[in-house]
Design a protein around this ligand. Structure first.
Ligand code: ADE
Length: 244
């Protein structure tokens, strides 16, 4: 899976995503992450990429030209890579590539969307700043508008990192354990059961006996009960969608 992030703050996404599990996944070749600086595609020597909004109003708007040229640069690189691969795989080098614009006006991100995106070979993520991006270039290149929740951040970088992280961990080879992406929070719309590790007793609180029993069937039953109880207490909205 290849992620291409169009941003004014490449160091922010690179530093964040080259750390921890996504960083390890880059190093072992399961994913690649390319952050492209939109400012490098400015048409003036000052690197200015924003301007006042037509019609007036507060703030600045990102101009269409630099965003479009940054997109074209990435598209060409993807097309070249696919053309070089196409001989052995017979796949279409010029198929449509999803371009995701991170915006609070988008569809709210969810595990099911991460699962859908994990099937793609390339994803282009576009991060906005200021008061947004000129609508014309959005109409030309964007295929998906995604929000990470109903609150407003200062830019699309943190949302893009959230999407890359959630999608990456579904890509084979990113997590150590193939089953760990399945059996956890949101699997079957249930929250994960509580986890414990050593010591057996911490400040007078003991690990539940069943977990020390070695009885796998009882442990499984206990964990399912805990998942249902926890979901009922913390996220009752999920239970109506679950099969439990
Ligand atoms: N940009 C600013 N806020 C955002 C949000 N909540 N989701 C996605 N992109 C954003």
């Amino acid at each position: 899976m290849h992620f291409h992030i169009l941003t004014l703050f490449p160091e922010m996404v690179e530093n964040g995503l080259h750390t921890s599990i996504t960083g390890r996944a880059v190093r072992n070749g399961s994913i690649s992450i390319e952050a492209v600086n939109i400012r490098n595609f400015a048409d003036n020597k000052h690197g200015q990429v924003d301007d006042y909004p037509y019609g007036g109003g507060a703030g600045m708007v990102m101009q269409p030209g630099p965003v479009y040229r940054a997109y074209q640069y990435v598209r060409e690189k993807i097309d070249q890579r696919r053309t070089s691969e196409v001989a052995d795989t017979e796949k279409d080098a010029h198929q449509n590539i999803r371009v995701i614009y991170l915006t609070p006006q988008g569809r709210v991100f969810h595990q099911s969307i991460a699962e859908e995106l994990a099937k793609e070979e390339d994803l282009i993520l576009l991060c906005g700043h200021y008061e947004g991006i000129d609508e014309r270039v959005l109409e030309m290149i964007v295929t998906d508008h995604l929000s990470i929740g109903d609150y407003v951040l200062t830019g699309g970088e943190i949302p893009a990192m959230a999407v890359v992280d959630a999608v990456s961990r579904l890509v084979p080879g990113v997590l150590n354990n193939d089953t760990s992406a399945e059996f956890e929070t949101f699997h079957d719309n249930l929250l994960e059961y509580p986890q414990y590790t050593r010591p057996e007793e911490f400040m007078g609180k003991r690990v539940p006996d069943v977990l020390l029993s070695g009885h796998h069937k009882n442990i499984e039953t206990w964990r399912l009960e805990q998942s249902i109880k926890r979901t009922r207490e913390r996220r009752p909205d999920l239970l109506s969608e679950s099969q439990q």
